[in-house]
Unconditional design. Structure first.
Length: 305
């Protein structure tokens, strides 16, 4: 799957991923009114609104981008109907030939990680049959429990030709409380980066590993160091735009071949119609505003090369 991601980035000339992280406050009124008229102000109504909102954005942007990244918590908050909307979103994006990065941040003891990996990337055995559950192409993984929490994902990736992005240095303001602590002369995120590099060599695609890393756009100096530590890992870069990361600060995340990183934007794309520069589109044309925001992001990021 890393080969497909790299090829689609080349084809679209867009090293970007759209974060499908819906909140009810983001969804235009005409969508929620229709969903509530059919299902009431219920979890089912909320899930229907989320699904229709996502579908509009995907329909407007799928030809411009290589990948999407739905954040599962935004769906889980609506219970089982929300998870159904997550699954429907994943399936629809794959029908549009988009690479789907499930932002699930899983990681636990070995047997539990194996179950998470089966749910999101692999297959589960039911009697004599094998079934897929959510079936994303990549998943984000928390390495805090160590190798036995990560290697079950790598094993499923090897079986299914899928991939993971391991949290190394995240973009949130308090990430340094743990990730920046110095251990044996180096910050913890560098030690995690070294482990990712070791894991990455266990499952290599044509150019890059199926084992990637998450490194926030808000820390470009750290990104530069981690790029050198993990030369074969693709870096998923959150924090662009709404969280303060700039295009100019993204240079260190890319390799000399112009590859090696994919930059996420969530609110900046899916809530574009709420921004002053896209206000002319209005709520009814929210998806067109998202398309323009994608075009602007691609131009902005490509300007650094």
């Amino acid at each position: 799957m890393i080969n497909k991601l790299v090829n689609k980035i080349r084809q679209t000339q867009a090293p970007v991923v759209v974060g499908l992280d819906p909140m009810m406050s983001y969804i235009p009124e005409h969508i929620t009114k229709k969903a509530f008229a059919e299902f009431g102000e219920t979890l089912e109504g909320a899930a229907e609104a989320v699904w229709q909102y996502n579908k509009g954005i995907v329909d407007a942007t799928y030809d411009l981008i290589p990948a999407v990244k739905p954040q599962i918590a935004m769906y889980e908050q609506f219970g089982i109907p929300g998870l159904a909307a997550f699954q429907k979103t994943v399936q629809y994006c794959k029908e549009k030939d988009l690479v789907v990065i499930g932002d699930v941040k899983r990681g636990d003891i070995g047997s539990t990680s194996a179950a998470y990996a089966a749910a999101h990337l692999g297959k589960v055995s039911v009697g004599s049959q094998l079934h897929t559950a959510f079936d994303e192409d990549f998943a984000t993984v928390n390495p805090y429990l160590g190798s036995d929490g990560v290697k079950p994902f790598i094993e499923v990736c090897r079986q299914e030709n899928k991939g993971i992005f391991v949290l190394v240095k995240t973009s949130n303001p308090s990430s340094g409380e743990f990730q920046d602590k110095v251990v044996d002369g180096k910050p913890l995120y560098e030690w995690v980066g070294k482990m990712v590099d070791e894991w990455s060599r266990e499952h290599i695609g044509e150019e890059y590993s199926y084992v990637g890393a998450v490194v926030g756009a808000t820390y470009p100096e750290m990104g530069k160091v981690l790029r050198e530590i993990m030369p074969k890992s693709y870096i998923l870069v959150p924090g662009y735009g709404a969280q303060g990361g700039s295009a100019e600060g993204l240079k260190p995340y890319f390799n000399k071949d112009g590859l090696g990183a994919i930059v996420n934007s969530s609110r900046g794309i899916i809530c574009a119609y709420k921004q002053e520069q896209y206000a002319e589109f209005g709520e009814q044309n929210y998806a067109d505003a998202s398309r323009q925001a994608v075009l602007d992001m691609i131009e902005d990021i490509n300007s650094i090369f």
